[in-house]
Unconditional design. Structure first.
Length: 317
């Protein structure tokens, strides 16, 4: 990995560095905080903010959080558990009264107070959506953000959340497959019937499939615009990337047809983040997204330290 004041540079060129964080509309994380957080990220040299999605949180879960371990910053080949475990089951990290603002409205607000910062979903729970409504909503956000919105989509892991939304958790994989195809078809202009519900002349958002299951990698390589795995060691990422390239070849596509982002929960010292980012960069990522779990009081300092560690501070902002 090279920095030289130009940010992170890997085998495919400059690597976009994003931050994964949340906005919940609470007193400390209100609209004013959102604006300052976004401007600070942009001015520090980061390329984007990515926000997780949950419609509901619960005090108790029977479902198991699927990403409890993350690679260590200083030694990315080793994973360390960072989530709380109750009765042998990993739990999602959330505050006692956790909530999240709407993904699309937040994207519009963040991009309105910045000039180049991108906003992405990390990830939107696709099986809970109506494809016709989502196709129009995402196009609208793409237009109102000046083309700076990326649509990360995932299956979801919480059976409790699906039940509360009156959606069948057991068929979410089949529904995901159908919806991602319907979105791609709708945005291609071939809606398959006489309806004309979508605005024209708008470039749709880049759609990335989250996760690293065999099905997720296949969908990323054959249908979507990108792949967005989470908490993989470099070896795991390399294996997934090789599988992705096989699916791309089968579909008559090339690596240049997809955008690949490696995301991870930061575990370790900020000064060591360059080690794991360098490994991903050498393997050929287009972007790296980092969840830093910043507070309202320390986010500016943390962003500054991470920017320095990754050589982002010299970017022309």
């Amino acid at each position: 990995m090279s920095t030289n004041g130009a940010g992170v540079v890997g085998s495919r060129g400059r690597v976009q560095i994003g931050l994964v964080d949340l906005f919940d509309g609470s007193r400390k994380r209100n609209l004013g905080f959102m604006a300052e957080f976004a401007r600070t990220a942009e001015n520090s040299g980061f390329d984007g903010i990515w926000m997780p999605e949950h419609v509901l949180f619960f005090d108790e879960y029977d479902s198991v959080y699927p990403y409890p371990e993350a690679p260590l910053a200083a030694d990315p080949d080793v994973k360390e558990q960072h989530n709380k475990v109750v009765d042998g089951k990993a739990r999602v990290e959330s505050a006692p009264e956790q909530g999240l603002l709407d993904m699309f409205q937040t994207a519009i607000e963040v991009c309105a107070v910045t000039t180049r910062l991108r906003f992405g979903s990390s990830v939107l729970l696709l099986p809970l959506r109506n494809p016709r409504l989502l196709a129009r909503e995402a196009l609208t956000v793409a237009e109102l953000t000046g083309g700076r919105f990326d649509l990360g989509v995932g299956l979801g892991w919480s059976a409790e959340e699906f039940a509360a939304c009156e959606s069948d958790f057991t068929v979410r994989g089949k529904r995901f497959e159908r919806l991602i195809n319907e979105l791609a078809t709708a945005w291609s202009g071939d809606q398959g019937d006489r309806s004309r519900s979508l605005p024209t002349g708008i470039t749709p958002p880049r759609m990335l499939v989250g996760g690293h299951s065999k099905a997720a990698v296949r969908r990323a390589g054959t249908i979507a615009d990108g792949w967005y795995p989470w908490n993989l060691t470099p070896a795991e990422f390399e294996e997934g990337l090789a599988s992705l390239e096989r699916h791309l070849a089968t579909a008559g596509r090339t690596r240049d047809d997809v955008h690949v982002i490696a995301g991870f929960r930061a575990v370790g010292e900020i000064a060591d983040l360059s080690h794991i980012v360098a490994r991903y960069a050498e393997l050929g990522v287009d972007g790296v997204n980092i969840s830093l779990r910043m507070t309202e009081d320390n986010y500016a300092q943390v962003m500054s330290e991470v920017a320095d560690a990754l050589g982002l501070a010299g970017l022309d902002t």
